[in-house]
Design a protein around this ligand. Sequence first.
Ligand code: PLP
Length: 435
Amino acid sequence: MKAPLSAKDLKAKREKFIVPGVKQLYSNPPHFVQGRGQYLIDETGREYLDMFAGIVTVAVGHCHTKVTKATIEQVQKLQHTSTIFMTQPMVDLAEKLAEITPGKLTKAYITNSGTEANEGAILNARLASGKNEVIALEHSYHGFSHLANALTGNHGWRPETMAAAGVVFAANAYCYRCPFKKTPDNCSLECAQDVERVIQTQTSGKPAVMIAEPIQGVGGTITPPDGYFQMVKKILDNYGVLFISDEVQTGFGRTGKHMFGISNWDVQPDMITMAKGLGNGTPIGAYITTAEIADATTKQVINTFGGNPVSSATALAVIETIEEEKLMENARVVGDYFMEGLKDMAKDYPIMADVRGKGLMLGVEIAAEDKTPMVQETAKIVEFAKDNGVILGKGGIFGNVIRIKPALSITKENVDTTLGVMRKALDTVAKVAAR
Ligand SMILES: Cc1ncc(COP(=O)(O)O)c(C=O)c1O
């Protein structure tokens, strides 16, 4: 086998042959050649504790034995026919999704990615409602295609081109930087009420659908307060608007108490979109909806690789692993422990201005006392952590939120290691800032 390139040589080659928009997280990136559970290994054999799981994707750990076996067995049996021929894994997966999603969501469309899942769901919602306009939330991320990108309320992820028409944005539930300048003591969920203002002032009054992430991922782990989605859903019901919960990041037990994040607000969506953790790294996405809504898609649709036997068999094995290894429960227990540790640490480091999230979907906003986002410092913390063997994510509209979204199988010991490295990183950054 050919020896892997050094990280430096690979970086130079990547810059030469890959379009520049495909950016990497670090200024000095490692070259990963192997993954094992919650660990990544670089070309020199150095091990890193992975607290970002790709981007919130490796739900059951890198190269999980059961999942890998399911993939290999299916590749060796039958890789592809397309959906115009019958194969069983796609149908078994759809049946499993109907079993684990809340309410009467029973019919699924399997895709290759979250972007396609959102595209498909919006199309289906438009067909079912006979209407067109879509409401999304500010700071959202829903994908990179023409439409999914237009649903994305974050300038950093939107190219300077003409966006798809028919999308309007409501304020998000960003308590730390409340768009309505409220605090928890005087909040009347103005952000939820904003959905009604947007319907009345920016649409025909009859939008087709609203799409929202239960906890905004790329947006920086923006976690709405209790009551938020309940109020939003009530407004949508009053105006006859369908609701899509984008669970690409929050799905499959990540938030600890429920298989899907929206259930934390006790709200029943009309459609759920999913991807990332569903495949544990294998390309797959899906949307699921009620039979009534699904039945509006009467024209033929084909997605050459969507629902392919290999991705479907892999996804089934991922869901079974989450159930068998009780990973949702682990996300709750270890996530609560993590949250406590971060909140404790924040007492010593005031620049950890807001610690938020649920289960193993956690975020730490790095900001000065006056809330000025500390963007450079955040990048330094994330780079320092990597140099000291821990992979953290970064996001938020300003790029000043540390994102922690590891495999659901991590241990409390992994949490202690991460907190230790974060302390060292914060000590270093604080010293540099004081100089
Ligand atoms: C909430 C959310 N929706 C949709 C997507 C798009 O998924 P994909 O990158 O698989 O197309 C992402 C990707 O980060 C996401 O975070």
